[in-house]
Design a protein around this ligand. Structure first.
Ligand code: NAD
Length: 427
């Protein structure tokens, strides 16, 4: 077993992120018996833009940057997906993230395709003015292909509502009209949606509640461990505690992991992190080695930090009944079968973290209609979308006797394929 795991891990090390996404695609295409023509059409991105552009820096000099925008699919609607600012951004990763968005939007049945963007930069070394200059240049470079009915960006790693505001303003000024629907995740003052900030976590907690019902598991007192304590992780901790009375027993971030078997109040952990910059040292908890958070004895494990953390070796030691993937791609493909064999119920990323893009869709609907909803309405509609998607994936998983991940990809891919076939090929 150990040798197989090592072999699998080294196999996986040679795969690029996009090749890993294609593995899930191929499994879903096999499950559906998808014909080779449709398969080859969906497998690759529709459009990829690479832009090399100059940005004026604080010393008055210009520096060259490279950015990308990939539209994986527009079969079901405009491309939709975030923009990442990071030194490690590359075209392969943007491609993979764009394809994930296609399937994420399809699995929750919102009328979007998938896209993603990225700029190779280190925002930690740039000041506000440089970030604004970079964002406005990048927005101009991609303005040829984005737009409220073409491709709608949103925040991702190291981009935020302010970044979206600059893109919206740049696009609107060039068009000569107010265009809030060109991006989502905007500040509330210029058309952002109530409930957007906590939507990913709320959606994740709603599908965990559905999974618990299905497994006849009581969420009250259920032990929860969470890797990552940012937007997805910290808000998931707060909501699962407040809405369902679950017991958060461990959380972690880049600086450490903390544990208390009896559980602790996530509100206190959030305050502590706001004050000190980390969950490490939270009073009333003990420090544990960071990597052990994924293998703690608990009912619910929420990976909410990075991709590729659940390797076959880690999967072997997972001690949770439910794994809810708030992060994108936390489980490597080879670890999936290990979790399946152990009977762990996995809520796959394209379902578990689709709450964010769902409320982005609500934001776009509100921008297009000029009519804004209350937070209660946003949350009720989000719950409806998440529960419907969960039920459809569960039904498919039972029908084909496959894991929730395969079922989710199958549901998503069948919707994309159906749209593509209905539209045909022009000209
Ligand atoms: P974030 O930057 O707000 O938080 C990330 C957290 O992970 C931070 O607390 C950071 O300290 C922690 N972290 C980083 N490396 C870690 C490590 N090695 N061990 C433990 N903790 C570590 O980011 P986020 O928005 O919460 O995103 C987290 C994940 O959720 C990402 O995979 C992201 O793609 C995914 N996601 C987020 C959203 C959203 O709306 N925020 C939507 C869909 C998917």
């Amino acid at each position: 077993m150990e040798n197989t795991q090592q072999l699998n891990q080294s196999d996986q090390a040679q795969l690029s992120t996009f090749e890993m996404a294609l593995r899930n695609f191929d499994m879903a295409a096999d499950l559906l018996g998808l014909d080779s023509e449709t398969r080859s059409q969906i497998r690759v991105p529709e459009r990829e833009l690479t832009a090399n552009f100059a940005v004026k820096m604080r010393d008055g000099k210009f520096r060259m940057f490279t950015g990308y925008r990939v539209q994986h699919s527009t079969a079901r609607g405009p491309a939709k997906g975030g923009i990442r600012y990071h030194p490690d951004v590359c075209l392969d990763e943007v491609r993979a993230l764009a394809s994930w968005m296609t399937y994420k939007c399809a699995v929750v049945d919102i009328p979007y395709g998938g896209g993603k963007g990225g700029v190779i930069c280190n925002p930690k070394e740039m000041n506000e003015l440089e970030l604004e200059n970079l964002t406005r240049r990048y927005a101009t470079e991609i303005s040829y292909i984005i737009g409220p009915t073409r491709d709608i960006p949103a925040p991702d790693v190291y981009t935020n509502p302010q970044t979206m505001a600059w893109i919206m303003d740049t696009y609107s000024m060039a068009k000569g009209e107010y265009c809030p629907a060109v991006v989502t995740g905007k500040p509330l003052s210029i058309g952002g949606s109530k409930g957007r900030n906590e939507a990913t976590a709320r959606g994740c907690v709603e599908v965990i509640a559905e999974a618990a019902k299905h497994l006849q598991m009581d969420l009250k007192g259920a032990r929860v461990a969470i890797q990552g304590f940012g937007n997805a992780g910290a808000i998931s901790a707060r909501l699962i505690h407040d809405l369902y009375d679950a017991k958060v027993i461990a959380v972690s971030d880049t600086r450490g992991a903390v544990f208390n078997e009896a559980g602790f109040d996530p509100h206190r952990a959030i305050e502590h992190k706001e004050r000190t910059g980390s969950v490490a040292g939270l009073p009333g908890t003990e420090a544990i080695p960071a990597e052990t958070i994924l293998t703690l004895d608990c009912e619910i494990l929420i990976p909410a930090a990075l991709e590729n953390v659940i390797t076959p070796c880690v999967a072997n030691s997972v001690n949770a009944r439910i794994v809810a993937e708030a992060a994108n791609g936390p489980t490597v493909p080879e670890a999936d079968s290990v979790l399946d064999q152990k009977g762990v119920f996995v809520l796959p990323d394209i379902l578990a973290n689709a709450g964010g893009v769902t409320v982005s869709y609500f934001e776009w609907v509100q921008n297009n209609s000029g009519f804004y909803w209350s937070e209660e309405e946003v949350n009720a509609r989000l719950k409806d979308v998440m529960v419907t998607a969960f039920e459809k994936v569960l039904l498919t998983s039972k029908k084909y006797k496959v894991s929730m991940r395969r079922a989710a990809w199958g549901v998503a891919l069948s919707r994309v394929a159906e749209a593509l076939k209905a539209r045909g090929i022009y000209p």
